[in-house]
Design a binder for this molecule. Structure first.
Ligand code: SIN
Length: 301
């Protein structure tokens, strides 16, 4: 069997199949469907300093080969996360990467320093890319602000840091470069593409917040392009996200330069897909006769 282990600077994973924040709850919801020990890691829903009610409904709508969401970072806040979700998450036999979002650098730093004291967390993913709230996404659309938040978090805690990037920019490679120079161990991309749905008969937007983020197979070619551009131009491990649902999708992202991938929207219609893909990756690597997943990463000619 090929070795599936990957190292993304200070973050080591048993295999490159992660589940994306916001698509897997806090894992308890998925325990009937997935053997968590088969995954490279779990990234639970984004947490914020205080509880958030999120955006008005409707907050999701299905689109052609995809889904729009405007959840608005609905969550119970970091205190509840630490008290009620983390003990369960940390009892699981897989890497747990907390995903945090703040309105300003101070909020990122205070959450990072609290989580940095938690024994057993594998890393932090900084959500600087949510299109459904005002403020936070500014970090992901401006290289200086991205660098500022990454470097402040790095100084505040010793955990490996992943910056989760938005595709809603002119040059995602420029943002990735800034995050890398500021000390990000890895960048994950892409978060959702800003979109909208309209009920023309009512002359109304479908989503309660008018705009939302598009994910799922519809965005895969766009996400693959972003991963390729970042991997070609920036010296930082990339975690690919965007419409990944099959082993061919996984392999395409790895060949394009991703060192790991996150499975997102597919979890909603096939909750066991991440475990299936971890098994399929082993088989696929054996079929093509490579000794480790590293032989495939960035192998596009
Ligand atoms: C949301 O809660 O609105 C989605 C999370 C995200 O896009 O980062």
């Amino acid at each position: 069997m090929a070795s599936l282990a990957v190292s993304l600077n200070r973050l080591s994973l048993a295999n490159p199949i992660l589940v994306a924040s916001g698509t897997f709850g806090y894992a308890r919801e998925m325990e009937a469907f997935v053997d968590f020990s088969r995954l490279g890691g779990i990234i639970p829903k984004t947490i914020t300093p205080l509880p958030r009610r999120g955006n008005p409904p409707p907050r999701t709508v299905e689109t052609a080969s995809g889904m729009l969401n405007s959840i608005g970072l609905d969550n119970d806040g970091i205190d509840y996360f630490i008290a009620s979700h983390l003990p369960y998450l940390l009892s699981l036999d897989t890497a747990i990467i907390a995903n945090i979002a703040g309105k300003d650098v101070g909020e990122f730093v205070s959450m990072a320093s609290r989580l940095g004291q938690v024994e057993g967390l594998a890393g932090l993913e900084l959500n600087i890319s949510c299109p459904n709230v005002s403020g936070g996404v500014d970090f992901g659309t401006n290289p200086e602000m991205a660098a500022k938040v990454v470097s402040a978090v790095r100084s505040a805690c010793g955990l490996p840091v992943i910056a989760k990037l938005t595709p809603n920019v002119t040059s995602i490679a420029a943002i990735a470069q800034a995050a890398a120079e500021a000390g990000a161990d890895a960048v994950s991309l892409v978060n959702t593409f800003l979109g909208m749905a309209i009920d023309w008969r009512k002359r109304r937007p479908v989503l309660g917040n008018t705009l939302g983020g598009l994910s799922g197979p519809a965005i895969k070619p766009l996400a693959l392009r972003c991963v390729y551009q970042v991997a070609q131009n920036v010296d930082v491990p990339v975690i690919g996200i965007g419409g990944i649902a099959s082993i061919d999708d996984v392999m395409e992202f790895l060949v394009a330069g991703a060192s790991a991938v996150q499975i997102g929207t597919a979890n909603f219609y096939n909750p066991g897909v991440s475990e299936t893909l971890a098994g399929a990756l082993e088989t696929c690597l054996a079929d093509i006769g490579v000794e480790s997943v590293g032989a495939v990463i960035g192998s596009l000619s």
